[in-house]
Every structure is written in structure tokens, then in C-alpha cells.
Design a protein. Structure first.
Length: 96
């Protein structure tokens, strides 16, 4: 059986493409505002989201919006198989 140069090149690219899929998933992280009732909630939740996204092995995060009851932000460039129950008082869902 003969392989052409194009076939070998295409087969060599498959593992590289599979590796790229892992880091392209985003997750919405929504938390209860009652986790922090102090005066500087935005700063607290910025730090909390940054730490949470880093601990989940995500590459980046978007600053959370602090509402009256819910805080919502995103973890970006995450593994595609995160445990959605891994953050107490929060809900982590795939961003589809």
C-alpha cells in the first residue's frame, strides 16, 4: 500500500487538531451574590472568578457582572470536560 505525501501530511495533522479542541471551550460561572455582602463585591468576585477559572485549568476569564442576587461571568479556554458541580454556591455550565 502506498501513501502519498498529502495523505501522510493530513494524518500528521490529526493529533494537532485534536489538541486544539480541548482549549476552546467556555463555561458560564454563576454564583450567589450572598457569598459576599461587603462593600467591594466587584473586587471580591473578580479575584474569586480568576482563582476559580485558574483552578479549573482555564486559560482566561471575563470579569463577572455583579447583580443584586446573582454574579455571572465566564471561564474561557477551558478543558471540555469540567465538573459542573465543582464550585460550592455556584453553577458552572458549558457556554453553548
Amino acid at each position: 500500500m502506498k501513501f502519498s505525501a498529502a495523505t501522510v501530511l493530513a494524518m500528521a495533522a490529526v493529533p494537532a487538531l485534536a489538541g486544539d479542541v480541548r482549549g476552546n471551550s467556555g463555561y458560564i460561572l454563576s454564583c450567589s451574590r450572598s457569598m459576599y455582602k461587603g462593600g467591594n463585591a466587584q473586587s471580591y468576585f473578580n479575584d474569586f472568578y480568576k482563582k476559580t477559572c485558574q483552578n479549573a485549568d482555564c486559560g482566561d476569564m471575563s470579569p463577572p457582572a455583579v447583580g443584586a442576587e446573582v454574579v455571572s461571568g465566564r471561564c474561557l479556554e477551558c478543558p471540555i470536560d469540567l465538573d459542573t458541580n465543582s464550585v460550592p454556591n455556584c453553577q458552572l455550565l458549558p457556554d453553548s
